[in-house]
Design a protein around this ligand. Structure first.
Ligand code: SAH
Length: 221
C-alpha cells in the first residue's frame, strides 16, 4: 500500500460520493476506485485537481480519463476476479490500476513509447502486477488471449475485427465508437463464433485510436 496523505484520502472519498450522486452504484467498482491514488497518475501541473471528476492532459498530447468514464467502462466490462482483460490505450495507467484492484489479470497496450515506459515504471513501483506492451492496439495481443474482457480507451469509428476475435465466447468488449467530436459507448457481448450482441450506453469524448507506434518524443496526437 502506497503512503499517502490524509488529505488525498479525504478528497478521493468525496470523489467517490460524487460518482454515486451521478448514478454509479456498483460498489465493487467504487471500492476499487477508492483504492487507487489518482494523484500519482497526474502531471505536477494538475496535481491539485486530481480528485475532480474531469479528464486531464498527460504527456504526449494524451489524457487521463474522467473518473466517471472509468467507472462506466469498468461496470460495462463486468469482469470478476482472475478474469483476463486486455486494455487498448494504457495512457497514464489509471484505468489499468482500477482493473487490477478489481482482481483482474490486466494486459495493456500503448502505442506511445514515453507513456508506455512511464506507466510501467509507476504501476510496477506501486506493486501492481500488470503486463505492459508497446504496440498497436489494432492488432491486440493474441498470444495471451482469448480475453474475458477487452476495454478500448480511445475513440474508433470501427471496432477492429482482430480484437473481437480475441474475446472468449461470453466475453465483453467496451469501446467508445464514433468520430472525433463524440462517441457512443458501445458494448459487444460475444455470444458465439460470429454472434455479438451490441448495446449502447451514452455519449463520451475520447482521444482518437491511431495506427502504428510512436517511438520518439514528438507531440503527436
Ligand atoms: N486508459 C488511459 C486513458 C488513455 S487516453 C488512462 O487511464 O489514463 C488513450 C490512450 O490510447 C493514449 O495514451 C493513446 O496514445 C493510446 N492509443 C491510441 N491509439 C492506440 C493504439 N492503436 N494502440 C495502443 N494505444 C493507443
Amino acid at each position: 500500500m502506497i503512503e499517502e496523505s490524509f488529505e488525498a484520502r479525504g478528497k478521493r472519498k468525496k470523489l467517490i460520493d460524487e460518482l454515486r450522486g451521478k448514478g454509479i452504484s456498483d460498489e465493487k467498482v467504487l471500492e476499487a476506485m477508492n483504492r487507487v491514488p489518482r494523484h500519482l497518475f497526474m502531471d505536477d501541473a494538475f496535481l491539485k485537481h486530481a480528485y475532480q471528476d474531469k479528464a486531464f492532459p498527460i504527456s504526449s498530447g494524451q489524457t487521463i480519463s474522467q473518473p466517471y468514464t472509468v467507472a462506466v467502462q469498468t461496470i460495462l466490462l463486468n469482469v470478476g476476479k482472475r478474469d483476463k482483460v486486455l486494455e487498448i490505450g494504457t495512457g497514464s495507467g489509471y484505468q489499468a490500476a482500477v482493473l487490477a484492484e478489481m482482481g483482474v489479470k490486466v494486459f495493456t497496450i500503448e502505442r506511445q513509447r514515453e507513456l508506455y515506459r512511464k506507466a510501467q515504471t509507476l504501476l510496477t513501483s506501486m506493486g501492481y502486477r500488470i503486463h505492459f506492451f508497446l504496440g498497436d492496439g489494432y492488432e491486440g495481443q493474441p498470444q495471451y488471449g482469448p480475453y474475458d474482457g477487452i476495454i478500448i480507451t480511445a475513440a474508433t469509428a470501427e471496432v477492429p475485427e482482430k480484437l473481437l476475435k480475441q474475446l472468449c465466447i461470453g466475453g465483453r468488449l467496451v469501446v467508445p465508437k464514433g468520430g472525433r467530436d463524440s462517441q457512443v459507448m458501445t458494448l459487444y457481448s460475444r455470444r458465439g463464433e460470429d454472434d455479438y450482441e451490441i448495446t449502447t450506453h451514452g455519449f463520451f469524448v475520447f482521444v482518437p485510436m491511431l495506427k502504428g507506434i510512436v517511438n520518439g518524443r514528438e507531440n503527436e496526437q
